[in-house]
Design a binder for this molecule. Structure first.
Ligand SMILES: [Zn+2]
Length: 438
């Protein structure tokens, strides 16, 4: 009796042990984890995706680092919960949760990033129709303390650029903060953001506020989003340490339950009779319509990507790109093979791992300012003097995605139109002395 029982139990246990790992291995992945960029100090910024629908809904935690760490805790709890309840994300939605946008602030016990910049005061908020919230270096921070933490210019920070690139194809975004205990939408009138804030507040039992009325917020992420027609809200948790999980889960669920109304599908935009996919239109706005120039023709579908040419650049929108849905494409001009410019006694020099070419001085400052990584790519040669237009000599440099020139008459740097880019390589005079101008 006893041996048989023992054998039966052993068989039963063995079967159980054999079944468990297999069952586990056959489960679909609970989420997709992607690194969407890096902080200034090289820490990863991650997003966790649930679902594969067209409406991209993004929740962002811990923009304000250590003092608002409970928003990071809340985000991780939401990640766990949606991992265990994938059916809670409707079929037409894909939910992304970024637990910590400011990992350096978390590490350094700071509200700001490693450069001492308040990321929720650094965005280009000059694109919406309200001037009261335009970007400024001098800002109101927590408890209305005034400081110069808006950054040297709008969108200057690596973390600001990561979120700017990531949200271009989003349907709506929630930026979690603490601890004022209310939910408010973008400052400039946006019916969808208002409905989003009201829905979230009601479900989470938070107070809804049309405005943050304690002091002006300049350069805020929600107001940047308004400028590219991206519905955005800020839930402020009530406590500075409690993640208030149940209330916020209720808020998120209420938004998901109203996805068709609160997470609008992306519709094409018309500009001067040209059709632009919404994410490309947003890129064009966010990175500077003046720098990029007008679109030349409707976007074309090519290998699953929407490709559109502008006067100075070609952009591609890839609906399956989890990290940067819109990117620049290389220009169709052969690289100029030139000498490596000297790198001593410069004020600013940018070096790149994949090319021996460098970017100097004013070109380097321009490159950093416009987010050259996105708009220009790596340099294809060093700065050179060119005989274009004929009879003049101007300093130019060729990059993967475009060509820039120092316009001596107006003392500014401009991007060359595509029609000029092809001419550039045939008009090389001589390698420039990189320090002779400006
Ligand atoms: Zn905050």
């Amino acid at each position: 009796m006893k041996p048989i029982f023992f054998v039966l139990v052993s068989v039963w246990m063995g079967t159980l042990l054999w079944i468990l790992p297999v069952t586990h291995a056959q489960q679909a992945p609970r989420n997709t984890r992607v690194q969407i960029g890096m902080s200034g100090q090289g820490l990863p910024i991650e997003a966790f995706r649930f679902g594969t629908g067209l409406r991209k809904f993004v929740i962002v935690g811990e923009t304000h680092g250590a003092p608002e760490r409970n928003t990071g805790v809340l985000s991780r709890q939401l990640i766990d919960w949606f991992g265990n309840h994938p059916e809670a994300v409707p079929a037409d939605v894909r939910l992304y949760i970024i637990p910590v946008l400011n990992p350096d602030g978390d590490k350094l016990e700071s509200r700001q990033n490693a450069n001492g910049v308040d990321l929720n005061r650094n965005m280009n908020t000059n694109l919406d129709k309200c001037s009261e919230n335009d970007w400024a270096q001098r800002v109101y921070g927590a408890s209305a303390v005034i400081s110069d933490t808006g950054g040297p210019y709008a969108d200057s920070e690596p973390e600001s650029r990561v979120i700017r690139a990531f949200l271009l194809d989003a349907s709506a975004v929630v930026f979690l903060h603490s601890a004022a205990g209310l939910v408010f939408p973008a400052f400039c009138e946006d019916p969808i953001a208002i409905a989003l804030a009201q829905t979230y507040a009601k479900a989470g039992n938070y107070q809804y506020a049309r405005y943050w009325d304690k002091y002006p917020i300049t350069g805020g992420m929600h107001d940047w989003a308004r400028g590219i027609d991206l519905p955005a809200i800020i839930p402020e948790l009530e406590s500075g340490d409690d993640p208030e999980f149940d209330r916020n889960l209720a808020g998120v669920k209420a938004v998901l339950a109203n996805a068709p109304a609160l997470l609008p599908a992306l519709a094409d935009r018309q500009v001067n009779g040209v059709t632009m996919p919404f994410p490309i239109w947003r890129f064009w706005q966010a990175y500077g319509a003046e720098i990029i120039g007008p679109p030349l023709a409707d976007a074309q579908l090519r290998d699953g990507k929407y490709v559109q040419a502008f006067t100075t650049i070609t952009l591609a929108y890839d609906p399956h790109d989890d990290v940067q849905p819109v990117r620049a494409l290389p220009i169709d001009v052969a690289p100029v093979v030139g000498d490596v410019a000297p790198t001593s006694d410069d004020t600013t020099v940018l070096t790149f791992t994949k090319t021996t070419a460098v970017v100097h001085d004013a070109f380097a400052r321009y490159y950093e300012r416009i987010d050259g990584q996105q708009l220009l790519g790596v340099p294809q040669d060093n700065e050179r003097m060119m005989a274009v237009p004929v009879g003049t000599q101007q300093s130019q440099q060729q990059f993967a995605f475009g060509v820039i020139r120092y316009d001596e008459v107006n003392n500014r740097i401009i991007r060359l139109p595509v029609v000029w880019q092809a001419v550039v390589t045939t008009n090389v005079l001589a390698p420039t002395q990189p320090f002779q101008i400006r």
